[in-house]
Design a protein around this ligand. Structure first.
Ligand SMILES: Cc1cc2nc3c(=O)[nH]c(=O)nc-3n(C[C@H](O)[C@H](O)[C@H](O)COP(=O)(O)OP(=O)(O)OC[C@H]3O[C@@H](n4cnc5c(N)ncnc54)[C@H](O)[C@@H]3O)c2cc1C
Length: 429
């Protein structure tokens, strides 16, 4: 199934999305036609591709971006907007897996990623991120992590909160407590993607829309082929993440697309009674619930993954269930917007940075931590192409394995495993 078209209309931002509704959309850009040349050709105009384009153009490198639909059409224009610190794997686990030195390098990069995102997003960035815990055992674990983080990485990294202290941020009877991360934050993801696109163009990058790449001929000068045109480049970057499909087999066997869903309610009559402060929240469920207030005081709530590739018929009903579980006081609240998107995960839940063929580069699989990390990955890709390899070498050296069974079987096996963990969520074990 081609995920570029499975759930969406060609060349159109998702219609049910509150982000689409609350953004001044730019006029469509033209598709690429005929033959053109660039030093670097990027496939995909999400945060990865746009940030790479921006940083390459700023370095004086001639760059073309080919986007199948519109800039920010993919996960980058649909996500929860949470700008998290760290990685999908926590620092204690990273220290165990990779050693203290590499874990420290990764932490420092994650701080850089958030700083870069904050700078690029400008006034759109709102500070404050909260993790909340469903069970006492979740709470014990996250407070143990917070104590470790404060000792090793600094006092300001994670502030433990008990149930009472949590009430200053979230009014839900479900949570036992949590951890506050003042350095994290949130933003409007589509506006951020469009801002990156405008900044990249201002720096000299050229973006073509409605230009789906269906083949890349590898060679000393790779040829990137679309329906209507082709780009001959010196280097090609794959930045298609969950939508990339089978364009490169090596990437496809290590990076798995999954869908995730978000709703926005009607404006809340008393927003402070739900979220007294303007922070973004994500909880300890395996199928994570995440939420925050919008600028017009709706509750924006995400949750409910699915491991088939078609979006469910009724996304609002699917997400209403966890929303009302977290906030029983909102039972029956009208849901005005509901949409889905496709992200990508890896076996290790760390991103996959690779050079799958000569002159071909790839970064993807941010495993739900892509707002800051994909922005950062774009800069790391641009640096690497310009010959500054330090951060690339660390990231490309991270251990990575294929999904068992390769591209054909990874989905059924993953579905089985994920369904088991989702069941554990429901049983509260
Ligand atoms: C519902 C949802 C909620 C999320 N919430 C969060 C969150 O709160 N915080 C967080 O950090 N992360 C979150 N994520 C993940 C985050 O959005 C992604 O990791 C990040 O946006 C990835 O950026 P990207 O540029 O690599 O990919 P994308 O933004 O998906 O961009 C890839 C682009 O490539 C294009 N493309 C693909 N193949 C081709 C081709 N062959 N030819 C031309 N173009 C092509 C696609 O059309 C797409 O526009 C969420 C994701 C989803 C779906």
């Amino acid at each position: 199934m081609n995920l570029l078209y499975a759930n969406d209309r060609a060349g159109v931002y998702p219609q049910g999305s509150w982000y689409t509704a609350s953004t001044d959309l730019p006029a469509p850009r033209t598709p690429v036609r005929g033959e053109t040349r660039a030093q670097v050709c990027i496939v995909g105009a999400g945060y990865t591709g746009l940030s790479a384009a921006l940083h390459l153009a700023q370095a004086g490198i001639d760059v073309i971006v080919l986007e199948a639909h519109r800039a920010g059409f993919g996960a980058s224009g649909r996500n929860g907007g949470q700008v998290g610190l760290g990685w999908n794997v926590d620092q204690m686990a990273l220290e165990d897996r990779l050693g203290a030195d590499t874990a420290r390098l990764l932490w420092d990069m994650s701080l850089e990623a958030v700083g870069l995102t904050r700078d690029l997003a400008g006034e759109d960035f709102r500070p404050g991120l909260l993790h909340t815990d469903w069970t006492r055992s979740d709470l014990r674990d996250s407070h143990a992590l917070a104590a470790h983080m404060q000792k090793v990485y600094g006092k300001e990294t994670m502030v433990p909160l008990d149930r009472k202290a949590l009430e200053a941020y979230v009014r839900s009877p479900r949570y036992k407590g949590g951890v506050f991360m003042p350095q994290g934050g949130h933003l409007h993801p589509l506006r951020y993607a469009l801002r990156l696109a405008a900044q990249a163009e201002a720096a000299g990058a050229v973006i073509f829309e409605e230009s789906p790449v269906h083949h890349i001929k590898i060679g000393p000068q790779p040829i990137v082929q679309t329906d209507k045109g082709r780009v001959i480049a010196q280097e090609v970057l794959l930045a298609g993440n969950g939508y990339l499909g089978g364009l490169n087999r090596k990437v496809a066997s290590r990076v798995m697309p999954i869908n995730n869903y978000v709703v926005a309610t009607d404006p809340l009559p008393d927003p402070e009674a739900i979220l007294p402060s303007d922070v973004a929240v994500a909880d300890s469920k395996f199928v994570v619930n995440y939420f925050r207030r919008t600028e017009d005081n709706r509750l924006l709530f995400g949750g409910g993954e699915s491991y088939g590739y078609r979006f469910p018929e009724d996304i609002a009903a699917k997400v209403r269930r966890p929303l009302e579980q977290v906030f029983p006081q909102l039972k029956g609240i009208p849901i005005s917007h509901a949409w889905g998107g496709t992200l990508a995960i890896t076996m290790t839940r760390l991103p996959y940075f690779a050079r799958p063929e000569p002159h071909l580069w790839s970064a993807s699989g941010y495993s739900g931590h892509g707002v800051a990390m994909a922005t950062f990955a774009g800069r790391v890709l641009a640096d690497a192409i310009a010959g500054r390899m330090n951060q690339w070498d660390v990231l490309a050296g991270l251990p990575m394995m294929r999904f068992p069974g390769g591209p054909a079987f990874k989905s059924p096996l993953l579905k089985l495993a994920m369904t088991w963990y989702a069941l554990r969520d429901r049983l509260g074990v």
